[in-house]
Unconditional design. Structure first.
Length: 165
């Protein structure tokens, strides 16, 4: 699957798009540097307390989120596509090395494939996030969890981190 050729299915997928006044290279760095991921990835008051990245197709993308009540949620996924400063594609349906997941990490509620696309824009970057789900029911669960608000808040936090560096 090539993300550029994929047409989102509104019955199965959620998307979020915004024009931001930051260069794609700075957003890329925030998405691909573990110490920066820790500062912005999870919408406050949640926190990201651990991150591991092996930035290549088949490589690991692992985070551990901490809820406001102190419960940890580890999530392990696999990069499917890495196009520097343009696109990251990963899924939690596969473990590193493209091995099927055992679903022993994360919330266990649903799996999804994420595509983050960065396109140069006159005002900075067109930032697009796409979450592809197996079923309409999984999409609904993710929507009801606050997909757009959460991804929007995380992007705001990313921008704060990037602007401060």
């Amino acid at each position: 699957m090539t993300a550029l050729l994929y047409k989102p299915d509104p019955a199965l997928d959620l998307s979020f798009e915004r024009i931001v006044d930051v260069a794609p290279e700075l957003i890329w760095k925030a998405w691909t540097t573990p110490k920066l991921i820790l500062k912005w990835f999870t919408p406050a008051p949640w926190k990201t307390v651990d991150c591991e990245i092996d930035l290549r197709p088949g490589g690991i993308f692992r985070t551990t989120m901490l809820s406001p009540d102190g419960k940890e949620y580890p999530n392990t996924g696999c990069y499917l596509e890495v196009v520097e400063n343009e696109r990251l594609v990963w899924t939690d349906a596969l473990e590193p090395g493209f091995r099927p997941t055992r679903r022993t990490t994360g919330t266990g509620i649903f799996s999804f494939t994420a595509v983050v696309s960065l396109a140069r824009h006159a005002r900075g970057t067109r930032y697009t996030a796409l979450a592809m789900h197996r079923s309409a029911a999984d999409r609904k669960v993710h929507f009801d969890m606050g997909f757009e608000e959460g991804w929007g808040k995380a992007l705001d936090q990313l921008l704060e981190v990037v602007r401060a560096s």
